[in-house]
Write a protein that binds this ligand. Structure first.
Ligand code: BDR
Ligand code: CA
Length: 322
């Protein structure tokens, strides 16, 4: 049995890896990619999604819907200092590349209305599209099978600020709306989970590079800028919270510890904007999410390496850099 899934993404670096895993894993049936403002410029994110499908040899095989180009209330903040352009400067001839006319929010509503209770969503960017969809149609959350969210930290450190993880920091109001909307949520936090179990170290990156496939080369390009940034802030490798989120949905046997807990998002304080306060069950709060606490990191790495080892034929050649 396959798992129908929509990937809601701010495509750069590990978002690209997530699309690769979704398109390659026979367990997944990716019904759509919906784009949301986040990591890098919106049009560059769309370019990165096309570049990823091109590396797979799958251009045109999944629809790309353009969603919200800015957060609900606050101005957009980029992570270009972390990800560069998100694809390591790769370019292809873009002639004839297309995206859908339908807005990403409307696509989320329509696709889940056509198959109520069947489609899961992996949300690996700011939660703007999901929040707007839930406001536009309050019956939307009940139609989504599972919503796996990458964001926040488990009462731990942020990354864009001491308290704020990027996805929740960029659109804290959307995150709050989504956690209060009644989705069946699984949360994949930044700290400590990602930092413990989803960092690929230099020796692992060398192993991936030695695979010598179009996908392993593409991986090296999209992760180069993030590796440099991560090492500059003391993280010993590249971080993969987005692809871990998809993996948790497709292969729950990799989860070694999780708990049903109440998650609330800080919107009012500039100091702790986007902070995810996660109650561990002693505060009388009703759980609204399954929080992933630990996974088998070795198995996760082996899983992604296996996918990157598969030989694909990119649709279009890369253009020489100008
Ligand atoms: C999250 O922020 C983005 O930069 C990554 O793609 C990931 O979704 C990590 O904080
Ligand atoms: Ca992301």
């Amino acid at each position: 049995m396959t798992i129908p899934v929509i990937i809601d993404t701010d495509t750069a670096q590990d978002d690209c890896v997530t699309i690769i895993a979704g398109m390659m894993d026979p367990v997944a049936e990716v019904r759509a990619i919906t784009m949301v403002a986040g990591n890098v410029g919106f049009d560059q994110q769309v370019r990165n999604a096309h570049l990823t499908l091109n590396a797979l040899g799958m251009l045109g095989e999944v629809p790309i819907f353009l969603g919200c180009r800015r957060p609900v209330l606050v101005p957009w903040v980029s992570a270009e200092n972390v990800h560069g352009d998100g694809s390591g400067g790769l370019r292809i001839d873009e002639q004839g590349l297309r995206t859908e006319d339908e807005h990403g929010v409307d696509a989320l509503l329509r696709l889940t209305a056509e198959a109520p209770g069947e489609i899961s969503i992996v949300a690996i960017g700011p939660l703007t599209n999901l929040a707007v969809a839930a406001i536009k149609d309050p019956t939307f959350p009940a139609r989504v099978k599972r919503l796996v969210i990458m964001g926040g930290s488990n009462n731990g450190r942020g990354n864009i600020t001491p308290a704020g993880e990027f996805n929740f920091y960029v659109d804290p109001h959307a995150a709050r709306i989504v956690f209060e909307a009644g989705f069946d949520i699984t949360l994949v936090p930044w700290a400590p989970l990602t930092l413990n179990d989803a960092v690929f170290k230099r020796d692992q990156l060398a192993e991936i590079a030695s695979l010598g496939t179009p996908l392993s080369e593409f991986f090296g390009h999209v992760c180069a800028s993030t590796l440099a940034f991560d090492e500059s802030v003391g993280i010993p490798g590249t971080t993969h919270p987005d692809s871990l989120s998809l993996t948790v949905l497709l292969h729950p046997e990799l989860v070694t510890r999780s708990a049903r807990q109440h998650v609330a998002i800080e919107c009012d304080s500039e100091l702790t904007r986007g902070y995810s306060a996660i109650s561990w069950g002693v505060h009388g709060l009703e759980p609204n999410a399954e929080v992933i606490e630990a996974v088998d990191g070795e198995a996760f790495y082996a899983y992604l390496k296996g996918i990157l080892a598969t030989r694909t034929e990119p649709n279009r050649p890369y253009l020489a850099r100008g």
